[in-house]
Ligand binder design. Sequence first.
Ligand code: ADP
Ligand code: MG
Length: 730
Amino acid sequence: MPSTLRNTIRAAVAAEKPGTPAASGASPSEIFGRDVFSMKVMSERLPKSVYARLEQSVSGGEALQESDADVIAGAMRDWALERGATHYTHWFQPLTGATAEKHDAFLTPSPLGGGRIFSEFSGKMLIKGEPDASSFPSGGIRSTFEARGYTAWDPTSPAFLIAGGSGKTLYIPCVFVSYTGESLDSKTPLLRALDAVSRQALRILKLFGNTSAFKVDAMVGSEQEYFLIDRRYYNLRTDLQLSGRTVFGAKPCKGQELEDQYFGAISPRVIAFMTEVEEKLLALGIPARTRHNEVAPGQFEIAPMFEPANTAVDHNMLTMQIMRNTAAEHGFACLLHEKPFAGINGSGKHNNWSLCDSDGNNLLDPGSTPRDNAQFLVFLAAILRAVHKHAVALRLGVVGAGNDHRLGANEAPPAILSVFLGEQLTEIVESMAEGRSGTGKEGAPKRELMEIGVSSLPKLPKDSTDRNRTSPFAFTGNKFEFRAVGASQSIAPANIALSAAVACALNDIASDLEQEVQKGTKLNTAVQALLSRLFKEHSPIIFNGNNYAGEWQAEAERRGLPNLKDTVGAVLKYSDEEVKEVFLRHGILNERELHARQEVLLENYIKDVHVETKLTQVMGRSVILPAAVKFAAETAAYAAAAKQSGHPALSRYQALLDAGIEGLLKALDALDAKHLELDAMEGVEIRAEAARDKLLPLISECREYADALESIVDDAVWPLPKYNEMLWQH
Ligand code: ADP
Ligand code: MG
């Protein structure tokens, strides 16, 4: 076999020994939260009065005084230094979708010299930082004359330590805002949205006579899918490195069709990686719990225990970072892109979501008394209303060039938002909508009308979800799963949109009920009427069938449900009045912030497509064509000789190669031309539409020719690692 880099690597990967766990093997209870400056640690280290004020501030009270912040900063610094920290950083989530950090040393040589070193970390530095913000996307909010941006400590998410280099760094979760106080990140609107949903949910609880709850938390558990491939292959795939997905690559001979991978035995090398990841996560207080093989070859999933949404968002960002880094240590590359491999199942995140009051009650649990059930049905109605009325806002929570390969393509879940409730709950909703005694399906026993305040819900099966894996928004017993989030995305935008939409629906409902009660209507009567009306109005959002089926698209259209197949189309809707209203009503985003987000999302989209375009051009011409042309030249010489000796068969093979090379060259030329056109265009909307409509189809066309060449050129001289080897060797 010729000694190409790919061949050397294939041999080395084949000889790879199974990994041994690099984790310490310590018990989870020993490790859990070891590197976190948690509320528990603070309660032990802070003066009682300071801790009490902090606790109040964290649970929605007043902002911290600077003097208290000083005390907390001191305690935080001492705790970090005792554990070997050398630096600290404000850690924030700008609109790039990634996290950002800038490390400062705790110990600084004194400017007065004399070898003196001093440590300075005041409350002021804890509470507020001033990074040079001019290089972060702002969508025009931060014009150059006000280039400053501020980071400010978010005390509701704990600080933590991460090892790196020769020491550790203290990470302080922060919001990131402009000089004028407008959000430049995803944490700020998330905190505002969570606050809004809490306030609106409390109004409902109060109507039902709850006097003890003072807060309602959105709880989130995000199941994270990812691929692992051998890093040596990854190093030869510039496309994976720079864009996260393969822009070239023929289908493997064996894909996921045998379904022998899902929940299959996990290979020792992968287990070693997973074990170490879990240990690192536990130390950071991230409750990693579940791991398994996913549907596609080389695809896996990790899921934590659910937590309050703000922490869950931070923890998911950290999880992705730790998985990437740990994969490298194990000789793997961890791929988080939504569609690293064409024709193979993509990766997403299931955002499991519920509402929990400060007494620990899950408000999406049907409960066991008629009163609980009535309250549950009100929250259910609110969520149906939120998804139905504000579907576009929710769709905006999951936009991104990568995710377009899943949503709107032939893969789960579709871009059309609908709610799966399961048969039993749907029957209850429908019978209430019609105000009838439900008869169920033919032959099913008659069910009495669900009478608020009197009858209780039948016991709902918790596993009803297992019969439907295709719904983008599924009720799974006591929580909803929003399944449209992309694997590489922050779950913040999805949770901002979800909380914003639910807050609006709860607001409508609370106002309606409060008015009725004030008029003297009995709560039960008011609820009965409200549910009947809302279940009728929003029943079109319920769909329990197969969401992949072609008929569903037509049916959804009949029902008037939006089908925003791609990012650009969805993001342009940010300017619709009814979409803006979802974010404006509770001050989650203001007009300027909304506009800025629209700009940034479109810019990000253009950048992503731009990188894929360059990759196609460069790899097409400098990697694929040379291999194909060299091989074709050899074949041509051979074919000519064969023809002369009266054996012309080879010329057919030669013609295939010629056609592939010719086709690829032409498609690349066309891509160049469109790329130049796009570069000359003005206006982010027009450029984003051109990227989608002109560049992406040509990228696909180049790929078709290149992949056809891949499957006829001698395998021994092909330069790029193929799907066959990347996906199946672990
Ligand atoms: P699945 O059937 O989807 O595997 P699991 O019960 O394993 O369901 O849960 C998947 C995710 O949902 C986990 O992250 C879990 O912590 C989370 N989850 C469970 N209950 C809730 C809840 N009440 N609210 C939010 N997330 C939850
Ligand atoms: Mg799930």
